[in-house]
Structures are given as structure tokens and as C-alpha cells.
Design a protein around this ligand. Sequence first.
Ligand code: BDR
Ligand code: CA
Length: 307
Amino acid sequence: MPTPIILDCDPGHDDAIALLLALGSPELELLGVTTTYGNQTLEKTTANALRVLELAGRVDVPVASGAAAPLERDLVVAAHVHGESGLDGPALPPPSIGPASMDAVEWIAGAVTDAARPVTLVPTGPLTNVARYLEEHGTDGLERIVLMGGAIAEGNMTPAAEFNVWADPEAAQIVLHADVDVTMIGLDVTHRAVTGPDVQRRLRAAGPIGIFVAELVDFFTVYHRQTYGWDGAPIHDAVAVAHVLRPGLVETNRRNVEVELDSELCRGRTVVDLWRRTERAANAHVGVDLDPDAFFDLLVERVARLG
Ligand code: BDR
Ligand code: CA
């Protein structure tokens, strides 16, 4: 039986690739897509989710838009990474369909209630929608949460913090302390999932969706080349989806994770007690390693299935 998932995302180049990976994977039943501000404004990320679903011929997948801003902090979007549209690069028409009239949190509640089996939430953007959902509806009907965000010893928004957690640290702290199984796939892992010329060649040979993904990667590489000197881009969000459909792909350790909320310098830092320096109880499975070849083999194969 496929695992029912809801992708809560802010497309975003790697969110779009995560969405396509989910669509191409029979191990997963994508119940719907909920959207948040993040890589761009909510209006743009929602349009992007719809555009990608239309491209893939999957307008049957419901989309519900959620938070337009963090719980407490000011809105900051990652246009410097993802461009003005949030999905710059490939030519993609505006969506001809719209999102559901229901807010993302209410939509998730209905989907979890209606689902035949416990649902896995896969958040790949700031965690505002998921935190609200947990506060309003609790954890009944959830199997687990597998999120892309945070890091053990890395930062990309600041030297200390990863973007999704930095954007809404209060929401991240709520999610990490919810009474549900949480897996945190952070930058230490996703910076091992960096494309290169060979992956790009294989994607371009994988059909029209593969060409689209390669064009997304071309744009996404510009920022990463300038910042890190990489000849490719990390497909952060697709690693979270891949970990759900291919257990063991990411090696995890169960550890305590707290989010820094008070400091300005370290805002949104995920403090992972990797070496068990405290008595604080473990609250998350933390990604520590990834087999990049297995990840990209899976990604290319599943993208190819989409035609
Ligand atoms: C995360 O931030 C966004 O730019 C990406 O989509 C990913 O979810 C990486 O820090
Ligand atoms: Ca994202």
C-alpha cells in the first residue's frame, strides 16, 4: 500500500523537483499539496505548485494555500536564490487552475480525517502551516513528519541557520516538540545531494519532465556556483521525499534538537545534541548522511517515469 503524504512546500526549484519525485513514485500517494510563503510570496509559490502540477498533467492533485507570513517574524523571501517568480529558469505558463478555497490548515485537517491510513507530512518550506495545524488539530491521524530544514553544523540564510527554520523559528520549535515522530533532514545531508554534469546529462535524456528539471537545476546552480563554487545545486527538498519512499536512504540518529529563538546572531539555529552533551530528551531523527549516487539514481528514474 502506498504511503499517504501531504507535501507542504514553497516552490521553489527544489520543492518543484520534490513534487515531481512524489508524483513519479508509486510508493507514495500524494493526497495534496499545501503551500506557504518562503522562497517567494504565497501567491507566487501557490501559482508555482499549480504550474508544476499542470506540466505533469496532474491537476487532480488538490492544492491549498496557507500562510502568507511567519507566526511572529517579518516576512523575508529567498528571491536571491529562486528569482522573481520563485521558479525562474524554464519557460512555464501561468496556471490555468486555482487552489482550493479552503486554507491549508483546514485542508490538511480534512485530508487527515478522510485518509484510510495515518498520513505523513513532508514540509519543505518554513514550518508555519504545520505548526498551526499541530496547534489547532493535534497529531491524531499523523504517521510522522519528515521535514527539510535545519542543520547540525551548517547555515545558508546566515552562518548559523538554514533558511526554512530561520524564516519561522517559532514554528520550527513547535513542530520539533510535537508529540509525533519527526525526522529532520538538514543541510549537512542535503549538501551531499548536489547535482553535477553527469546528473544533468541523465536528466536531459529522461524526457520532457527531465529537461524541465535540468533547466530548473541550471538556474538553481547560478546561486550555488557564486556562493559555494559548486558545479551544480543541492536538491534539498527532494531528499525529504526520497527518504519517505526509500527508507534508509538517509542515515539518521535520534537526538535532541532545539531551535534558537532569542539570539539575533543565531536566530533559527537548530542546536542538535549530536554527541549527547545534555540530558535533554531526543525529539527527532536527525539526518547525518546520504548516499548521493542512490539518491540521484532514484530521482532520475522517477522523473523519467513522468514522461
Ligand atoms: C531550503 O530553503 C529553500 O531555499 C529550499 O527550497 C529548501 O527548502 C534550503 O535551505
Ligand atoms: Ca523549499
